[in-house]
Ligand binder design. Sequence first.
Ligand code: DX5
Ligand code: ZN
Length: 219
Amino acid sequence: MKKIQISPSILSADFSQLGNEIKRLEEGGADMIHVDVMDGHFVPNLTIGPPVIKALKKHCSIKFDVHLMISPVHKYIEVYADAGADIITIHPEATENLGESILKIKSLNKKVGVSLNPDSKLNLITNYLEKIDLVLIMSVNPGFGGQKFMPEVLSKVRQLNEIKSNKNMNFDIEIDGGINFDNCQSAIEAGANILVSGTTIFKSNNGDIKKNINLLKLK
Ligand code: DX5
Ligand code: ZN
């Protein structure tokens, strides 16, 4: 069983203090930083891009888990790799050729993740599982933090985990959206080993990041 890792989403951070916020996450025991990149086209929200990632990277020594909710995504992969992404996660619907985009990320020596929206079927990615480092299962429709967890995606996590153990594969299973202290255990039991959380980590227990990260890990 892989160690449970926490990847806090900075989408719920104070955007006027992002440098300090990621320092708080690192000091609070985050395993990596989940950076939600949105283009207002693939998802109905617009967040940050390469220059901000480059600037933030200087303030942080843990990995940047960059979730690209942008399309078309292929032609932007290199600029996010150069900006400092360590893991680059893309959506299959955002590229014309998922296999080529996966190869592109690997050619830049970055970890490659593929993300499935709640309505996206596992068969979109089953042929690529041997080539990727991470599957990001969305438990909300992407675009905004603070949304309600969709428990129906846990069956997808369980199916994915079954394929992973039957074929003795080693990719990480990350779950993203509405993760809190009440549902994190069922996500872990279903097979997720990386939890993304924004609202719960930044807003619970008066914003005690260290306490909230530990509570998610220990549940
Ligand atoms: C949504 C993002 C998620 C989200 C998580 O499109 O991909 O990472 O910000 O935030 P919470 O934990 O608030 O749902
Ligand atoms: Zn995300």
